[in-house]
Design a protein around this ligand. Structure first.
Ligand code: GLY
Length: 375
């Protein structure tokens, strides 16, 4: 089943690239993609899918396309266009770093290092965190972190590995520690966002942006926590991060509905028509596969995680994928972007497609994500 799902994903990606040359998928409210310029935080996932297709097929078409797309990311960074946020890892890890990892491209390595420097501009020395959104000193967002950033800081860990410069590592672990202490809650659920007093770093309160309410658990945030803390463990070998990732994963598994695919928030009332977020389940599956790499065969947590990955991925392939709908352009249906804001409440999400394909590839070939150097 995994192989068949990968073949379908590769064919759909090939056709999308041919139909919409040098365009990137944008989220709509109409269960389809719109195709446009690279202006958001999401375009790296599309290039990441192209690299995954190249790894699977070795077809030069995919490599050439991914490299052309990387030029787009290069110009975007040179011109500092649409990069006034922290999602620099989401953009440059599966595009630029992937070019270096998969194809040994020096320009990919250089671009990823420049992207790491750009991300460092958001590190706030006073509070010791990476500011998610808005300009420095911004009244509303100046003291705000969000859980998603756990997936951006691997760019800093990697830059430290490459250059030996401690500043990258120090910023990444300071941010990871703030996230562990303030975004993760005592019951292993997570806040989407947390506010600090930007004048002195005093912790103020948790909250949400995309979740159901301030104290709820936004499922995609919980999935970012699973994968993000597992990656922090990969780079630091601090056992606290592996433990945090495992606990976040157990919470996720324990709160899933019967079909093993998450609704958009773990606290939202479930009624007919409550939107799912299939992308949260795809991300969580990748995070659990990442954790499993650090657990011995037979370890009870490994068994639990493996069972959860098998169940959720089977459900995604059987009941959410477009495997039997050749005309669709997305891979998995019923993702959610920002339900309360009315944006993409039940649609294709390109990161959902990316992590779905990454999980399938990890299940079949053990191919890890693009967040670190391959051995
Ligand atoms: N990183 C933004 C999101 O997950 O919607």
């Amino acid at each position: 089943m995994w192989e068949q799902a990968i073949r379908d994903a590769v064919e759909k990606t090939r056709r999308n690239l041919e139909r919409h040359p040098m365009k990137f998928p944008h989220i709509t409210q109409e269960q389809r993609y719109e195709w446009g310029e690279s202006t958001d935080w999401i375009e790296g996932f599309y290039t990441g899918m192209v690299w995954l297709c190249y790894e699977h097929t070795q077809d030069p078409f995919f490599k050439e396309t991914a490299l052309l797309q990387m030029d787009d990311f290069k110009i975007r960074l040179q011109e500092r266009k649409h990069l006034d946020h922290h999602d620099i890892g989401f953009l440059y890890l599966p595009s630029a770093l992937a070019a270096w990892i998969v194809d040994g491209r020096d320009e990919g390595r250089e671009l990823a290092l420049k992207a790491a420097d750009h991300l460092m501009l958001r590190f706030r020395e006073g509070g010791q965190y990476i500011q998610a959104w808005g300009p420095k000193g911004d009244e509303k967002n100046g003291g705000r972190i969000i859980i998603d950033c756990m997936m951006n800081i691997p760019l800093l860990y990697w830059a430290h590995q490459q250059t030996g410069e401690e500043r990258y590592f120090n910023a990444a672990i300071a941010h990871a520690e703030k996230s562990r202490r303030y975004l993760m809650r005592g019951d292993d659920s997570s806040y989407h966002t947390f506010y600090f007093d930007q004048s002195d770093g005093t912790p103020l309160r948790g909250g949400t942006h995309q979740g159901y309410h301030d104290g709820s658990t936004w499922t995609r945030g919980q999935a970012w926590a699973i994968y993000g803390f597992a990656l922090s463990y990969r780079y630091t070998r601090n056992p606290l991060y592996l433990e945090t990732a495992k606990r976040a994963a157990r919470y996720f598994i324990q709160h899933l509905p019967e079909d093993h695919v998450a609704y958009w928030d773990f606290d939202v009332p479930i009624e007919p028509g409550t939107p799912r977020d299939s992308s949260a389940s795809a991300i969580a599956a990748c995070g659990m596969l990442e954790i499993m790499e650090f657990l011995a065969e037979g370890d009870a947590d490994r068994v639990l995680l493996n069972e959860a990955v098998q169940k959720s991925m089977s459900s995604l392939v059987r009941s959410y994928s477009t495997m039997h709908e050749p005309e669709e352009e997305g891979l998995i249906k019923h993702g959610s972007y920002y339900v309360r804001g009315g944006m993409g409440p039940d649609d294709y999400m390109v990161w959902g497609d990316y992590y779905y394909l990454e999980a399938l590839m990890r299940l079949t070939s053990g191919i890890p994500g693009y967040w670190y150097e391959r051995e």
